[in-house]
Write a protein that binds this ligand. Structure first.
Ligand code: BJW
Ligand code: ZN
Length: 243
């Protein structure tokens, strides 16, 4: 993978850069992706588990799955890819992270402006009255319930559900404003999140893809940097810093 000097020179002059990230950026932290060859959902289709009907049918199963994933998240730490994105803040006037991930790793790496499009695994709320639920979850006591009787659910966005409006609106604004739009570690097949790539492109941003394999974005990206995000992004930082 070669990072062209001309590209690095242009990037140095950028006023605003967006990093749109997906599960692939956290893969090197030991968090499995959803799709692709190492995806957790090769056997279990995301559309079948991550929807409200699946939760109503078997809340215990869906909760066990999220508790298992929360455990993995707690045992993991930000990798060189997350850290490189945070370090970009020292080098450019505006760096915005728009993530589909629910794992908090960008925050833990030190990124300041983060829009979480699909929620956050650390938060829960009542599926009936929407009151946030802040107590520990202990599935040995059964699926947690709100005082109103509603089932408590993770604060994540399932299929068929709307994305958090403010986060999506701010992400759209950032996509329209930026000079460079990085698409990192996402298959870019889940909408409306993936629409941001097209919004940025239409607004004239330079589209940079970072992935270990070709995706939907490869055919129109201005540059595709194929390789693990934890290697490609630090290599790019080194080039930006080089005299
Ligand atoms: C590396 C790497 C390394 C690996 N370095 N790279 C038909 C057409 C269009 C849209 C639809 C349609 N039918 C239905 C829809 C809508 C639907 C949708 O998009 N479906 C498509 C799948 C077809 N979308 C929705 O339902 C959304 N809501 C919505 O549309 O609301 C409007 C509405 C309201 C009411 C009624 C009807 C409509 C909501 C989508 C919510 C998605 N939720 C999930 C779960 C979140 C919680 C959780 O984590 O459990 O979000 S699904 C899952 O997919 C998760 C992810 O954020 C999301 C995206 O996945 P991501 O991050 O791209 O991961 P992967 O695994 O796909 O890719 C990883 C990539 O990394 C790969 O490319 C690897 O190569 C790469 N990689 N290692 C760099 N080291
Ligand atoms: Zn309630």
């Amino acid at each position: 993978m070669e990072i062209k000097q001309e590209f690095v020179d242009g990037l140095r002059e950028a006023k605003s850069v967006v990093f749109f990230t997906g599960a692939g950026i956290s893969a090197e932290s030991g968090i499995p992706t959803f799709r692709g060859k190492d995806g957790i959902w090769n056997k279990l289709k995301p559309e079948e588990l991550a929807n409200f009907n699946a939760f109503l049918k078997n809340p215990q199963l869906v909760w066990e799955w999220y508790q298992h994933r929360k455990q993995i998240v707690h045992e993991s730490k930000p990798n060189k890819g997350h850290l490189a994105i945070a370090e970009m803040q020292e080098l450019l006037p505006e760096v915005i992270v728009v993530t589909q991930n629910i794992d908090n790793l960008h925050r833990r790496a030190g990124s300041k402006i983060i829009y979480e499009l699909h929620g956050n695994i650390e938060r829960n709320y009542c599926s009936k009255c929407r009151t946030p639920y802040t107590k520990e979850i202990n599935l040995d006591e059964g699926v947690p319930k709100c005082y109103c009787g509603g089932l408590i659910r993770p604060d994540v966005v399932w299929f068929g559900e709307y994305l958090p409006e403010d986060e999506f609106n701010e992400s759209e604004k950032a996509a329209r404003r930026c000079d460079y739009f990085f698409v990192v570690g996402t298959s870019a097949v889940v909408f409306p999140a993936a629409s941001l790539v097209y919004t940025a492109r239409q607004a004239g941003a330079f589209i940079v893809e970072v992935n270990i394999e070709e995706t939907e974005v490869s055919r129109f990206a201005d540059i595709s940097l194929f390789g693990p995000a934890g290697e490609v992004l630090p290599a790019m930082i080194s080039k930006i810093k080089a005299e």
